[in-house]
Design a protein around this ligand. Sequence first.
Ligand SMILES: [Zn+2]
Length: 398
Amino acid sequence: MKVRNIKALVPFKGYVVTEIRFEEIGAQINLDFDKRSGPRCPHCEEKLPRNKVGRRAVMDCPMPHGSIVYLTFPTVQGFCRSCDRYATTCPREVHPDCQATWRLMRLVSSWAALATNSEVATMFEISDATVRRYDKIVLEADTPPPCLDGLTKLLIDEKSVRKGHCYVTIILDGETGELLHMREGRKKECVESFFERLTEEQRAGITAVGIDRSGAYQAAVEAWLPNADIVYDRFHLVMNVNQAVDEVRRSQCRRAGTEERQLIKGQRYLILGNHENLDADGRGKLDLLLEANEAISTAYILKEQFRALFNYRRQGWARRALANWCELAHASGLAPFQRLARSFTRHCERVCGFVKHGLTSGLIEGFNNLVSRMIHKACGYRDLDYLELKLRHHSVMR
Ligand SMILES: [Zn+2]
């Protein structure tokens, strides 16, 4: 059998394959310097004198049947005159500080995007810590830093990343969903550290910021972004309204007799879910419940009406619909809705700002799902820098 072009297996510039040995546990591929070029300085590619000669072994991508592959190559340490310092040769395709090739590290990293780190560790027969290290190095190398020029819309949110109240503040580009900034905590300092990074011109270009009504970020936005309108984003507004519905449901449950309580209890998702997603059985149950309890029925109607607000495409219509909704909420006699109505009346522009600025909730929702998925996969993240890298990478690639 004749093997042609074996170099294509290990196409490392300046090196040639001299031997491939197949053993039971795997394969070993030995490289040598290409005689035409000889040892070269890794920084400037000038010829390097051979002061000290050695050999190094690193792991490479596994063979098709999964066995381990080791690559060995000569190393030369010498004084590079053009860099004016000592240098050690290393193929560009090998990470200087890891016992692995870049292509293996990239393979590990792309699996780490699909499976948990310990699954990947088992698959490649390396430790969890090594998977994390490779993944981090690859993500750092392959994820460009955010471009802060030309930003016009931001979305700011907080997210719980661990049990026991560990929160992070995240800032997304309101148009692309790209993660721009993540800091531990949920105080206004967490967003100020981002605004400090922007030039005056960049800050002036931001015209809308979507945030939660109750967060600590409003003051910081007002102080730092002179031209930005604060918009309460749909995701959080709908959540606020759902919380009001749930409050009504719980208070009715406490007051109800045994029979009615049976009907109300445990129906949270039936009431809060989207009506169009319910099957015939769900709809039947919901109708029964709404018929039996007037307060819950009113709360339910208010919730559905509030959702319809986001169908308006003209600011004036949205404002009128909101005023109408607030009146109904006042008249309902339900305290949680009356509280909401007071706040919505006061901040009508911020509630209806979505029409003018076209900020949708899709990006925040999508991002929240991404965070939950990542955290679930890693069973909670201890290393927040790593989490930020992973999230940023995914938000850019999306
Ligand atoms: Zn050099």
